[in-house]
Design a protein around this ligand. Structure first.
Ligand SMILES: [Zn+2]
Length: 429
């Protein structure tokens, strides 16, 4: 007798009609038609059951603050940063915790159970750090939240940058961040990458930097990040977030850069929603898209995972905690619409992101944590197309969220009475 069995599931790898049995908090079996019974049985009715969505790049301290104290008029990254600077002195721990918990509720309902959030360390009060550490504890039963010490105003450019970042790490922040392209000079940027990688090596922590989030093709801090990663023996533990300057770089230079990044096993984290919204703002026409070279990086064997980055904050007035919306945008902006392309995009918001975050026990194999999401869709391609309802969200064997399927009733002569968008699709071949 198992604790839980999900029956008749389609899996992301293409298997259909599979049962998933759970004992306690772990997956005990994944096979067709398990004969044993369970205390709770859920019929997935041929829907997609996937490991939870994973967001490797978010800003939990800024989320849901849209309009405080005013809106971003130009819509640029730089106005967003200065707007956040206006809001920062007004932040209270209570309000930060409350907004973050509300976002986490939304995330759970979307089957998003793993989030890496950057936490701004620029305000020496470090109220953001205190608040996010409290949130990390509070959501632990349902969301794994990793925190990055992020010197938003610059590690060297801001008066308190160096001291505040180190204090945040002392307080228990998990990962070393940075923002080399925002330092005063290219040289300061290069020096910050080196200093931050050294801190990570000394403290035994991973690195995740906002890196080259600009349209400037000469912003080449990713090259330094890759080189310092190798120098300090941090291979596989370093992430480069955004890397939008690569979009505009010279092709010959990139032909040298990508193998260097592969050697350093850099985890690449583009943020398609934010990148298409914020980049190319100084262009008239033609306007650059600004997304990094997703296909080329994937082809070179780099681990590419997509982040949501922002929801309702000074940089982005949209967003819904739906990683399928992120993947949907990636398909368009990276022009990856082929069948194999879309499977890779789905991986980028699930297994690749789990690898970036170093998650243990993630997946749909025997022995993995019993965490999964049942979607109102048949397979990953349909999930990306429809951004469907999360019918059930299971964490460590317990249902923690459920939603009614989205079904429309039609009143049309001679036409069907109901449309279940996740049923009327006939897979090709
Ligand atoms: Zn960010």
């Amino acid at each position: 007798m198992f604790d839980l069995i999900i029956r008749n599931a389609n899996l992301p790898d293409g298997r259909t009609g599979v049962d998933i049995a759970v004992e306690g908090t772990k997956i005990a079996a994944v096979e067709p038609q398990i004969g044993a019974l369970a205390r709770t049985e859920i019929d997935a009715t041929g829907r997609l059951v996937t490991p939870p969505f994973v967001d490797p790049h978010f800003h939990m301290d800024a989320t849901l603050s849209l309009g405080l104290p005013r809106m971003n008029v130009s819509g640029t990254l730089l106005e967003g940063i200065s707007l956040w600077g206006e809001l920062r002195p007004l932040l209270t721990k209570e309000a930060l915790v409350e907004r973050a918990l509300r976002y986490c509720d939304l995330a759970v309902s979307q089957g998003l159970l793993f989030i890496r959030s950057h936490v701004d360390t620029s305000d020496p009060r470090l109220v953001t750090v205190e608040a996010m550490i409290e949130v990390r504890e509070k959501v632990k039963p349902y969301i794994d939240l990793q925190l990055v010490a992020f010197p938003q105003d610059g590690y060297y450019r801001s008066e308190n940058g160096v001291a505040s970042l180190n204090r945040a790490l002392d307080m228990g922040i998990d990962i070393v961040g940075g923002i080399p392209h925002f330092e005063r000079t290219m040289d300061d940027g290069r020096a910050s990458v080196e200093a931050l990688c050294r801190i990570a090596a000394d403290r035994g922590l991973p690195v995740d930097m906002h890196c080259d989030e600009t349209d400037d093709p000469m912003s080449r801090h990713i090259e330094v990040l890759a080189a310092q990663t190798v120098r300090f023996g941090l291979q596989g533990r370093v992430a480069g977030s955004h890397l939008t300057s690569m979009h505009s770089m010279d092709n010959y230079y990139v032909s040298k850069l990508i193998p260097l990044m592969a050697e350093a096993k850099i985890n690449v984290i583009p943020n398609p929603l934010i990148n298409i919204m914020l980049q190319g703002r100084h262009d008239s026409y033609p306007k650059r898209r600004g997304l990094t070279r997703v296909r080329e990086l994937m082809d070179a064997g780099l681990n590419v995972s997509f982040g949501h980055d922002c929801v309702m904050d000074p940089w982005y007035s949209m967003g819904s905690g739906d990683m399928l919306e992120v993947g949907h945008m990636a398909i368009h902006v990276a022009q990856m619409a082929g069948l194999e392309d879309k499977k890779k995009i789905f991986d980028a918001i699930t297994v690749n992101s789990a690898k970036t975050m170093g998650l243990e026990g993630y997946g749909l194999e025997k022995g993995c944590n019993a965490d999964f999401v049942i979607l109102q869709a048949a397979d990953p391609l349909e999930a990306l197309r429809l951004k469907p309802t999360r019918l059930g969200v299971i964490r460590r064997g317990k249902v923690i969220a459920r939603s009614m399927p989205r079904i429309a009733e039609l009143s049309l002569d001679g036409r069907p009475e109901l449309i279940d968008s996740g049923r009327d699709y006939v897979p090709l071949g």
